[in-house]
Design a protein around this ligand. Structure first.
Ligand code: NAP
Length: 310
């Protein structure tokens, strides 16, 4: 085997798992398709990760997690996992660039922002349509923006966008937000934020760049146009579990089912973070699950090696 453990995904779950297995003297490789940090690294400010009284910047926190894990010997490769092969005596994680064998595998591949699926979304992506306020917010100084969605991400990132935008209009399909109460309160107190309730976006309009959105009130059926320069879409996430192709049990939405010790239906394969079926998706829960997955993987690998060495 090339490694004791291969971890797929470099968000908070994967990096914490890597910290624990590397610190536990297991030869560990973490595969990350982009830059380590996951979705947390695209979050401007994280207010609910313990230990930071004033909150902490997402990129800063994730960079520290990566450096801390590497201090204990975690190896990180830039590669995207496309398959998981179950071998007689372990696993082979197949990437775009290479193949990596291991006694145990931890899936921490996270989730990707969902598309809204309306006309104009694909055509104007990067031309005013964005899924990342931290990346693109500064392009919209003093402009009118539309944020779509009513969850934590939409409202939190909407608040962040008010640093730049003249007005942020949050378009939500119901008349109540899904976001946590503490986030809602900050949004309702922000006079640069405005809520358009019971409304869906039917089309994002514009030729070269976003010029506006066509809205439909779902209660009255009334259609209206709202001019804006940017549209930020936060309508949920899709788990990055497609590459597992039936190798571990997932629910109807593709989230991996594990037990309390992060074990999947495949012995030797563990999962943690946003790719897991669970109720609470936070950096702190991903970290806790990463530690638990690492502990389970360590027990599995050491037991296996102990038997093999007899
Ligand atoms: P989410 O919690 O699933 O919310 C998605 C929102 O988009 C919901 O309000 C939903 O409306 C709306 N929506 C879904 N499909 C839609 C469609 N086709 N058209 C219009 N609206 C649509 O997703 P999220 O906000 O991206 O958060 C994902 C996870 O990360 C959550 O577990 C969240 O708690 C966590 N998170 C936490 C924080 C934080 O704690 N600071 C920050 C970001 C994310 P309905 O409400 O009507 O279903």
């Amino acid at each position: 085997m090339d490694y004791d453990v291969v971890i797929v995904g470099g968000g908070p779950g994967g990096l914490t798992a890597g910290l624990y297995t590397a610190r536990g003297a297991l030869k560990t490789l973490l595969l990350e398709k982009l830059l380590p940090g996951g979705q947390a690294a695209t979050t401007h400010w994280i207010d609910n990760y313990p230990g930071f009284q004033e909150g902490v910047s997402g990129p800063q926190l994730m960079m520290a997690m990566k450096d801390q894990a590497m201090r204990f010997g975690l190896e990180i490769e830039t590669d995207e996992a496309v398959d998981l092969e179950i071998l007689k005596d372990g696993f082979s994680v197949v990437g775009q660039a290479g193949t990596y064998s291991a006694h145990a595998v931890i899936i921490a591949s996270g989730a990707t922002v969902a598309k809204l699926g309306v006309p104009g979304e694909e055509k104007l992506r990067g031309k005013g349509v964005s899924y990342c306020a931290t990346c693109d917010g500064a392009f919209f100084r003093d402009e009118e923006l539309v944020v779509i969605g009513g969850g934590d991400a939409a409202v939190e990132e909407g608040i962040f966008l008010t640093k730049f935008a003249r007005k942020v209009h949050v378009v939500h399909r119901r008349n109540r937000l899904r976001a946590a109460k503490a986030i809602q309160e900050r949004a309702f107190q922000n006079d640069r934020m405005d809520f358009i309730w019971d409304t869906v976006v039917e089309e994002i309009t514009g030729e070269q760049f976003v010029e506006g959105v066509r809205l439909k009130n779902v209660k009255t059926g009334e259609i209206s146009e709202r001019p804006c320069k940017g549209v930020f879409i936060y309508v949920g996430n899709i788990p990055n579990s497609q590459f597992l192709k039936g190798k571990v049990e997932v629910n109807e939405k593709g989230y991996i089912i594990t037990d309390n010790d992060m074990a999947t239906s495949q012995k030797g394969v563990y999962a943690c973070g946003d790719v897991r079926k669970k109720a609470l998706r936070q950096v702190v829960t991903a970290c806790g699950e990463g530690a638990a997955a690492a502990f389970s993987a360590q027990q599995f690998v050491e037991e296996k090696k102990g038997i093999a060495y007899k």
